[in-house]
Write a protein that binds this ligand. Structure first.
Ligand code: AHM
Ligand code: MG
Length: 342
Protein backbone atom coordinates (compact mmCIF):
# COMPACT_ATOMS: atom_id res chain seq x y z
CA UNK A 1 0.00 0.00 0.00
CA UNK A 2 1.20 3.55 -0.77
CA UNK A 3 2.42 5.26 2.36
CA UNK A 4 -0.40 7.51 3.67
CA UNK A 5 -2.30 7.88 0.39
CA UNK A 6 -4.71 10.45 1.82
CA UNK A 7 -2.06 12.93 3.00
CA UNK A 8 -2.45 15.00 6.16
CA UNK A 9 -5.83 16.60 6.55
CA UNK A 10 -6.65 19.16 9.23
CA UNK A 11 -8.10 16.56 11.60
CA UNK A 12 -5.00 14.38 11.35
CA UNK A 13 -2.75 17.39 11.91
CA UNK A 14 -4.70 18.38 15.02
CA UNK A 15 -4.68 14.78 16.24
CA UNK A 16 -0.88 14.58 15.86
CA UNK A 17 -0.40 17.90 17.65
CA UNK A 18 -2.66 16.74 20.45
CA UNK A 19 -0.74 13.49 20.89
CA UNK A 20 2.40 15.54 21.46
CA UNK A 21 0.54 17.33 24.28
CA UNK A 22 -1.03 14.68 26.51
CA UNK A 23 -2.42 17.41 28.78
CA UNK A 24 -4.60 18.74 25.91
CA UNK A 25 -8.33 18.34 26.51
CA UNK A 26 -9.29 18.17 22.86
CA UNK A 27 -11.33 21.38 23.13
CA UNK A 28 -9.12 23.24 20.68
CA UNK A 29 -9.49 20.39 18.20
CA UNK A 30 -13.26 20.73 18.32
CA UNK A 31 -12.96 24.48 17.83
CA UNK A 32 -10.60 24.21 14.84
CA UNK A 33 -12.70 21.54 13.18
CA UNK A 34 -15.77 23.72 13.59
CA UNK A 35 -13.91 26.72 12.09
CA UNK A 36 -13.04 24.50 9.12
CA UNK A 37 -16.68 23.53 8.68
CA UNK A 38 -17.87 27.16 8.78
CA UNK A 39 -15.07 28.13 6.37
CA UNK A 40 -16.22 25.51 3.86
CA UNK A 41 -19.76 26.90 3.95
CA UNK A 42 -18.60 30.52 3.55
CA UNK A 43 -16.14 29.48 0.84
CA UNK A 44 -18.94 27.97 -1.20
CA UNK A 45 -21.07 31.10 -0.81
CA UNK A 46 -18.19 33.41 -1.73
CA UNK A 47 -17.36 31.33 -4.81
CA UNK A 48 -20.94 31.63 -6.01
CA UNK A 49 -21.22 35.35 -5.23
CA UNK A 50 -20.71 36.37 -8.86
CA UNK A 51 -23.60 34.14 -9.90
CA UNK A 52 -26.04 36.08 -7.73
CA UNK A 53 -26.41 38.70 -10.42
CA UNK A 54 -26.93 36.15 -13.18
CA UNK A 55 -29.40 34.10 -11.21
CA UNK A 56 -31.20 37.13 -9.80
CA UNK A 57 -30.82 36.03 -6.19
CA UNK A 58 -31.40 39.57 -4.92
CA UNK A 59 -33.57 42.54 -5.75
CA UNK A 60 -33.39 44.61 -8.90
CA UNK A 61 -31.56 47.63 -7.51
CA UNK A 62 -28.00 47.73 -6.29
CA UNK A 63 -27.61 43.98 -6.61
CA UNK A 64 -23.85 44.00 -6.05
CA UNK A 65 -24.00 46.12 -2.94
CA UNK A 66 -26.87 44.15 -1.50
CA UNK A 67 -25.14 40.88 -2.17
CA UNK A 68 -21.94 42.01 -0.50
CA UNK A 69 -23.89 43.12 2.56
CA UNK A 70 -25.78 39.87 2.53
CA UNK A 71 -22.54 37.86 2.40
CA UNK A 72 -21.14 39.77 5.37
CA UNK A 73 -24.23 38.97 7.37
CA UNK A 74 -24.34 35.42 6.14
CA UNK A 75 -20.70 34.75 7.06
CA UNK A 76 -21.39 36.25 10.47
CA UNK A 77 -24.40 33.98 11.00
CA UNK A 78 -22.49 30.91 9.82
CA UNK A 79 -19.62 31.45 12.27
CA UNK A 80 -21.92 32.28 15.18
CA UNK A 81 -23.99 29.17 14.64
CA UNK A 82 -20.82 27.09 14.24
CA UNK A 83 -19.59 28.35 17.64
CA UNK A 84 -22.54 29.03 19.94
CA UNK A 85 -23.64 25.47 20.79
CA UNK A 86 -20.23 23.78 21.08
CA UNK A 87 -19.89 24.06 24.82
CA UNK A 88 -16.31 25.26 24.27
CA UNK A 89 -16.94 29.00 24.16
CA UNK A 90 -18.13 31.31 26.92
CA UNK A 91 -18.54 34.50 24.84
CA UNK A 92 -17.94 35.70 21.27
CA UNK A 93 -17.18 38.99 19.48
CA UNK A 94 -17.61 39.75 15.80
CA UNK A 95 -16.72 42.74 13.67
CA UNK A 96 -20.34 42.70 12.55
CA UNK A 97 -21.83 43.04 16.05
CA UNK A 98 -21.40 46.07 18.35
CA UNK A 99 -21.51 44.27 21.71
CA UNK A 100 -20.08 40.95 22.91
CA UNK A 101 -22.24 38.02 21.80
CA UNK A 102 -23.31 35.81 24.71
CA UNK A 103 -23.71 32.04 24.45
CA UNK A 104 -27.48 31.38 24.40
CA UNK A 105 -28.84 30.15 27.74
CA UNK A 106 -29.84 26.77 26.32
CA UNK A 107 -26.20 25.91 25.53
CA UNK A 108 -23.31 25.06 27.83
CA UNK A 109 -20.47 27.54 28.29
CA UNK A 110 -16.85 26.43 27.91
CA UNK A 111 -13.33 27.53 28.65
CA UNK A 112 -12.58 29.79 25.67
CA UNK A 113 -13.62 33.07 24.07
CA UNK A 114 -13.48 33.81 20.35
CA UNK A 115 -13.25 37.09 18.43
CA UNK A 116 -13.62 37.03 14.66
CA UNK A 117 -14.01 39.07 11.52
CA UNK A 118 -16.36 36.88 9.48
CA UNK A 119 -15.66 38.38 6.05
CA UNK A 120 -12.79 40.82 6.00
CA UNK A 121 -12.28 42.86 2.84
CA UNK A 122 -15.83 42.21 1.66
CA UNK A 123 -15.94 45.49 -0.26
CA UNK A 124 -13.65 43.66 -2.73
CA UNK A 125 -16.10 40.91 -3.60
CA UNK A 126 -17.59 42.73 -6.58
CA UNK A 127 -14.18 42.70 -8.26
CA UNK A 128 -13.59 39.00 -7.52
CA UNK A 129 -10.74 39.85 -5.17
CA UNK A 130 -9.82 37.52 -2.31
CA UNK A 131 -11.55 38.02 1.04
CA UNK A 132 -11.10 36.21 4.32
CA UNK A 133 -12.14 35.27 7.84
CA UNK A 134 -9.88 36.01 10.83
CA UNK A 135 -10.24 34.39 14.27
CA UNK A 136 -8.63 34.74 17.69
CA UNK A 137 -9.14 32.36 20.64
CA UNK A 138 -8.38 33.15 24.29
CA UNK A 139 -8.86 31.17 27.50
CA UNK A 140 -11.75 32.21 29.74
CA UNK A 141 -10.47 34.31 32.65
CA UNK A 142 -13.72 35.57 34.19
CA UNK A 143 -15.04 33.84 37.30
CA UNK A 144 -18.76 33.73 36.54
CA UNK A 145 -20.43 30.71 34.93
CA UNK A 146 -20.92 32.58 31.63
CA UNK A 147 -18.18 34.66 29.98
CA UNK A 148 -17.99 38.44 29.77
CA UNK A 149 -16.03 41.19 27.99
CA UNK A 150 -12.91 40.51 30.05
CA UNK A 151 -12.57 37.12 28.32
CA UNK A 152 -12.39 38.88 24.97
CA UNK A 153 -10.38 41.94 25.92
CA UNK A 154 -7.10 40.18 26.65
CA UNK A 155 -3.79 41.11 25.03
CA UNK A 156 -2.66 39.07 22.06
CA UNK A 157 0.22 37.64 24.09
CA UNK A 158 -2.38 35.44 25.81
CA UNK A 159 -3.87 34.00 22.61
CA UNK A 160 -4.05 30.22 22.53
CA UNK A 161 -4.96 29.96 18.84
CA UNK A 162 -5.42 32.29 15.91
CA UNK A 163 -5.69 32.08 12.18
CA UNK A 164 -7.39 33.09 9.01
CA UNK A 165 -9.13 31.61 6.03
CA UNK A 166 -8.43 33.18 2.66
CA UNK A 167 -11.10 32.68 0.03
CA UNK A 168 -8.88 33.15 -3.02
CA UNK A 169 -7.97 31.21 -6.13
CA UNK A 170 -8.15 28.35 -3.66
CA UNK A 171 -9.47 28.42 -0.10
CA UNK A 172 -6.78 28.14 2.55
CA UNK A 173 -6.86 27.91 6.32
CA UNK A 174 -3.70 29.18 8.03
CA UNK A 175 -3.50 28.79 11.78
CA UNK A 176 -1.31 28.43 14.82
CA UNK A 177 -1.90 27.04 18.28
CA UNK A 178 1.55 28.23 19.31
CA UNK A 179 3.48 25.39 17.65
CA UNK A 180 4.38 26.86 14.29
CA UNK A 181 2.12 28.26 11.61
CA UNK A 182 0.53 25.75 9.28
CA UNK A 183 -1.48 26.13 6.10
CA UNK A 184 -4.20 23.82 4.76
CA UNK A 185 -5.73 24.07 1.30
CA UNK A 186 -9.33 23.08 0.72
CA UNK A 187 -9.64 20.27 -1.80
CA UNK A 188 -13.10 21.04 -3.17
CA UNK A 189 -13.52 17.55 -4.59
CA UNK A 190 -13.35 15.84 -1.22
CA UNK A 191 -14.33 18.85 0.89
CA UNK A 192 -11.28 18.54 3.16
CA UNK A 193 -8.53 20.93 4.21
CA UNK A 194 -5.25 19.19 3.35
CA UNK A 195 -1.92 20.24 4.82
CA UNK A 196 -0.14 22.22 2.09
CA UNK A 197 2.17 24.58 3.99
CA UNK A 198 3.83 23.06 7.05
CA UNK A 199 5.66 25.38 9.43
CA UNK A 200 5.50 28.63 7.46
CA UNK A 201 8.48 30.92 8.11
CA UNK A 202 8.62 34.57 7.02
CA UNK A 203 11.90 35.59 5.39
CA UNK A 204 13.95 37.81 7.74
CA UNK A 205 13.80 40.64 5.23
CA UNK A 206 11.59 41.14 2.21
CA UNK A 207 11.41 43.26 -0.92
CA UNK A 208 7.73 44.24 -0.86
CA UNK A 209 5.80 46.93 1.01
CA UNK A 210 2.04 46.80 1.17
CA UNK A 211 -0.12 49.77 2.15
CA UNK A 212 -2.74 52.22 0.94
CA UNK A 213 -0.26 54.88 -0.13
CA UNK A 214 -3.08 57.24 -1.05
CA UNK A 215 -3.15 58.06 2.67
CA UNK A 216 0.54 59.11 2.68
CA UNK A 217 -0.30 62.71 3.57
CA UNK A 218 -2.21 61.58 6.68
CA UNK A 219 0.60 59.43 8.10
CA UNK A 220 2.97 60.44 10.86
CA UNK A 221 6.44 61.66 9.88
CA UNK A 222 8.34 58.49 10.81
CA UNK A 223 6.10 56.33 8.63
CA UNK A 224 6.35 58.75 5.68
CA UNK A 225 10.16 58.88 5.97
CA UNK A 226 10.33 55.07 6.18
CA UNK A 227 8.27 54.63 3.01
CA UNK A 228 10.40 57.28 1.24
CA UNK A 229 13.45 55.28 2.34
CA UNK A 230 12.33 51.87 1.03
CA UNK A 231 11.49 53.45 -2.30
CA UNK A 232 15.16 54.33 -2.68
CA UNK A 233 17.57 51.64 -3.94
CA UNK A 234 17.96 48.84 -1.44
CA UNK A 235 21.62 48.20 -0.56
CA UNK A 236 21.37 44.46 -1.10
CA UNK A 237 19.37 44.36 -4.34
CA UNK A 238 20.18 47.76 -5.83
CA UNK A 239 16.45 48.25 -6.42
CA UNK A 240 13.63 49.91 -4.51
CA UNK A 241 11.01 47.78 -2.73
CA UNK A 242 8.01 46.78 -4.86
CA UNK A 243 4.47 47.76 -3.88
CA UNK A 244 1.75 45.13 -3.66
CA UNK A 245 -1.58 46.15 -2.16
CA UNK A 246 -4.78 44.21 -2.62
CA UNK A 247 -6.75 46.15 0.00
CA UNK A 248 -7.90 42.92 1.61
CA UNK A 249 -5.96 42.33 4.81
CA UNK A 250 -6.12 38.55 4.76
CA UNK A 251 -4.82 38.36 1.19
CA UNK A 252 -2.13 40.99 1.80
CA UNK A 253 -1.01 39.29 5.02
CA UNK A 254 -1.06 35.86 3.37
CA UNK A 255 1.37 37.09 0.73
CA UNK A 256 3.48 38.79 3.40
CA UNK A 257 3.71 35.55 5.43
CA UNK A 258 4.87 33.61 2.39
CA UNK A 259 7.09 36.14 0.60
CA UNK A 260 8.16 38.49 3.39
CA UNK A 261 8.25 42.29 3.37
CA UNK A 262 6.03 44.61 5.36
CA UNK A 263 2.26 45.13 5.48
CA UNK A 264 1.20 48.47 6.95
CA UNK A 265 -1.97 50.20 8.00
CA UNK A 266 -0.55 53.30 9.75
CA UNK A 267 -2.33 55.70 12.07
CA UNK A 268 -4.27 58.47 10.33
CA UNK A 269 -3.56 62.04 11.51
CA UNK A 270 -6.60 63.40 9.70
CA UNK A 271 -9.00 61.13 11.56
CA UNK A 272 -7.24 61.51 14.90
CA UNK A 273 -4.55 64.23 15.15
CA UNK A 274 -3.64 63.47 18.78
CA UNK A 275 -3.34 59.67 18.92
CA UNK A 276 -3.61 58.45 15.35
CA UNK A 277 -4.96 54.94 15.24
CA UNK A 278 -5.26 53.04 12.00
CA UNK A 279 -8.27 51.43 10.41
CA UNK A 280 -7.70 47.85 11.50
CA UNK A 281 -9.21 46.45 14.66
CA UNK A 282 -7.02 45.05 17.42
CA UNK A 283 -8.97 42.06 18.70
CA UNK A 284 -9.99 40.27 15.52
CA UNK A 285 -7.65 41.68 12.85
CA UNK A 286 -4.32 42.90 14.23
CA UNK A 287 -3.72 40.63 17.26
CA UNK A 288 -4.41 37.31 15.47
CA UNK A 289 -2.28 38.37 12.49
CA UNK A 290 0.48 39.49 14.88
CA UNK A 291 0.30 36.09 16.63
CA UNK A 292 0.74 34.31 13.29
CA UNK A 293 3.58 36.62 12.25
CA UNK A 294 5.52 36.07 15.44
CA UNK A 295 5.01 32.31 15.34
CA UNK A 296 6.29 32.35 11.75
CA UNK A 297 9.46 34.11 12.92
CA UNK A 298 8.34 37.62 11.89
CA UNK A 299 7.25 40.67 13.86
CA UNK A 300 4.18 42.87 14.30
CA UNK A 301 4.26 46.36 15.76
CA UNK A 302 2.15 49.44 16.33
CA UNK A 303 5.29 51.39 15.36
CA UNK A 304 6.09 51.77 19.03
CA UNK A 305 5.90 48.25 20.39
CA UNK A 306 4.54 44.75 20.02
CA UNK A 307 0.94 44.52 18.86
CA UNK A 308 0.62 41.46 21.09
CA UNK A 309 1.37 43.58 24.18
CA UNK A 310 -1.38 46.16 23.58
CA UNK A 311 -3.91 46.00 26.41
CA UNK A 312 -7.35 46.25 24.79
CA UNK A 313 -9.58 49.10 25.91
CA UNK A 314 -12.65 48.35 23.83
CA UNK A 315 -14.01 45.55 21.66
CA UNK A 316 -13.63 47.37 18.35
CA UNK A 317 -10.47 49.33 19.16
CA UNK A 318 -8.21 50.22 16.22
CA UNK A 319 -4.41 50.36 16.26
CA UNK A 320 -1.68 51.26 13.75
CA UNK A 321 -0.37 48.00 12.32
CA UNK A 322 2.98 47.06 10.77
CA UNK A 323 3.73 43.37 10.26
CA UNK A 324 5.94 41.01 8.33
CA UNK A 325 9.67 40.36 8.07
CA UNK A 326 11.44 41.13 11.34
CA UNK A 327 14.16 43.32 9.80
CA UNK A 328 11.61 45.40 7.91
CA UNK A 329 9.38 45.92 10.94
CA UNK A 330 12.38 46.85 13.11
CA UNK A 331 13.53 49.36 10.51
CA UNK A 332 10.06 50.96 10.45
CA UNK A 333 10.17 51.21 14.26
CA UNK A 334 13.59 52.88 14.09
CA UNK A 335 12.19 55.56 11.76
CA UNK A 336 9.23 56.15 14.07
CA UNK A 337 11.57 56.49 17.06
CA UNK A 338 13.94 58.80 15.17
CA UNK A 339 11.36 61.19 13.71
CA UNK A 340 8.57 60.99 16.27
CA UNK A 341 10.50 60.49 19.49
CA UNK A 342 9.62 58.22 22.36
P1 AHM B 1 -13.37 45.71 6.62
O1 AHM B 1 -13.14 44.95 7.87
O2 AHM B 1 -14.49 46.71 6.73
O3 AHM B 1 -13.48 44.82 5.42
O4 AHM B 1 -12.07 46.66 6.42
C1 AHM B 1 -10.82 46.09 6.57
C2 AHM B 1 -10.12 46.11 5.24
C3 AHM B 1 -8.87 45.28 5.27
O5 AHM B 1 -9.10 44.03 4.72
C4 AHM B 1 -7.91 46.05 4.42
O6 AHM B 1 -6.57 45.86 4.83
C5 AHM B 1 -8.34 47.48 4.62
O7 AHM B 1 -9.70 47.43 5.01
C6 AHM B 1 -8.25 48.29 3.39
O8 AHM B 1 -8.57 49.59 3.67
P2 AHM B 1 -8.32 50.78 2.62
O9 AHM B 1 -9.40 50.63 1.60
O10 AHM B 1 -8.45 52.01 3.44
O11 AHM B 1 -6.95 50.61 2.04
MG1 MG C 1 -12.31 43.55 8.77
Amino acid sequence: MTENPIGVNLTRHIHQTQQAHPEATGELSTILNQIALAAKIVSRKVNRAGLADVLGYTGTENIQGEEVRRLDVLANDVFISAFDHLGNFCVMASEEVDEAIPIPDEYLCGGYSVAFDPLDGSSNIDANVSVGTIFAVHRKISFGPRGDNSDLMQPGNRLVAAGYVVYGSSTMLVMSTGNGVHGFTLDPEIGEFLESHRDIKIPEKGKIYSCNEGNYGYWTEGVRRYVDHIKESDEASGRPYSTRYIGSMVADMHRTLLYGGIFMYPGDLKKDPTTPHGKLRLLYECAPMAFLCEHAGGAASTGRGRVLDVIPESLHQRVPFFAGSTNDVRELESFVAKYEGA
